[in-house]
Ligand binder design. Structure first.
Ligand SMILES: [Fe+2]
Length: 383
């Protein structure tokens, strides 16, 4: 996270005595990335964050990847993705590689257990529904359009107001705003499509200083583990630093437009190791008198392109609806379907809303995606 934030109370000087009302010391914890060299936060707990009364292994779902078969563009229609369970029970991987996995979750209930991913960042893009992400850092309320960015090591629960639908991105690298939009101090520059004001750190929540048995599901080493903590994990009285969960709403992405067609990097929202996340938002089209708003055909050299269609009409695609995914792998060109280029001329704006993930290494298709696949997509460019 690129900016310093503080929340609650903590001592004037780090690593000094800080006492509770009963005279006992609060327990200090440094939570950071890259072994004290990356971003970090300092947290103050009522109880030691190390105190667990039981550890155990939990059943771990292993994603089954399928042979890709002949190289082709693919489409998955996930409108009827089955709802049910809590955010993790409902979660299913659709596409992925060792840099990133992309999945869906359509929960109907709030989280049943505390969860901590110790091996990856997670971004939950809220497509539908609203609620709160509760963590040791406080409360992040969310609503449709929010990217909820959750760093490694965050212990969290999701409280939902009714049913919800999420696109879930998980990666063993750090998700951050693109470097080219930041100055050498990390601050977002004037030409960035969003700024710090659009990024929402957690809100303060009173610490929950309760003792008891609190099961936490920890994901690490590609497996799930049970840690029963002897106190409530949200016992933090205050923290400060650069590492915390935050939200950014896709409506706050200010599209960059031009006289002629702007390439996909203008939509880039986040970067991570070997992939980027882009937001295609409602915007005015190109304003050169001879401009063609539809994109040109393009070959994604060194890049697999995934689009998840959130809302509106996607002008370059025919037969693609809200909740659909398309995958355009590297090695073959793609572009507007027949008629889309001519039809785009003269249009002044688009209401399309989509999330795109471009990976720099090939994506595999998970077995759980096949029931949603639309077989004829590869031939949809035939006139
Ligand atoms: Fe493309």
């Amino acid at each position: 996270m690129p900016f310093y934030t503080k929340c609650g109370k903590f001592p004037h000087k780090r690593h000094t005595q800080f006492r509770r009302d009963d005279g006992k010391l609060y327990t200090e914890e440094v939570m950071g990335m890259e072994g004290f060299s990356g971003i970090q936060s300092l947290l103050y707990h009522h109880f030691p964050p190390t105190s667990v009364s039981k550890v155990d292994s939990l059943p771990s779902e292993e994603v089954e990847w399928l042979d890709y078969g002949p190289l082709r563009g693919r489409q998955f229609k996930t409108k009827d993705f089955p709802p049910g369970g809590d955010p993790h029970e409902s979660r299913r991987t659709i596409l992925g590689n060792s840099d990133v996995t992309l999945g869906l979750s359509r929960p109907t209930e709030s989280s049943k257990a505390f969860y901590r991913n110790g091996q990856a960042y997670e971004v939950w893009y809220c497509h539908e529904g609203k609620g709160k992400l509760e963590s040791q850092f406080g409360t992040n309320p969310f609503r449709p359009g929010d990217y909820i960015v959750i760093p490694y090591g965050t212990t969290w629960k999701m409280e939902l107001d009714g049913e919800a639908r999420f696109l879930v991105i998980e990666c063993p690298s750090q998700i951050a705003p693109p470097k080219r939009y930041r100055n050498k101090y990390g601050q977002l520059l004037e030409h960035s499509p969003y700024c710090e004001r659009d990024m929402n750190p957690p809100e303060y929540r009173e610490p929950i200083a309760e003792r008891g048995e609190f099961p936490v599901h920890v994901k690490v080493r590609d497996a799930h583990h049970l840690h029963v903590m002897t106190h409530h994990p949200f016992d933090v009285v205050g923290w400060d630093g650069y590492l915390y969960p935050w939200t950014f709403n896709i409506e706050d992405f200010e599209p960059i437009t031009g006289r002629i067609h702007q390439p996909p990097p203008v939509h880039q929202t986040f970067e991570a190791h070997n992939f980027v996340v882009c937001s295609f938002c409602p915007r005015l089209f190109d304003y050169h008198p001879q401009s063609i708003p539809a994109p040109y055909n393009h070959s994604n050299v060194n890049s697999d392109e995934v689009l998840y269609y959130v809302d509106g009409d996607f002008m370059s695609r025919r037969g693609v609806d809200k909740y659909d995914w398309t995958l355009h792998p590297s090695g073959l060109p793609h572009g507007p379907q027949p008629g889309a280029t001519e039809a785009s001329i003269g249009k002044e704006k688009t209401e399309e809303l989509a999330v795109m993930v471009d990976t720099f290494r090939p994506l595999q298709v998970a077995k759980g995606a096949i029931e949603f696949e639309e077989d004829d997509y590869a031939y949809s460019w035939v006139e």
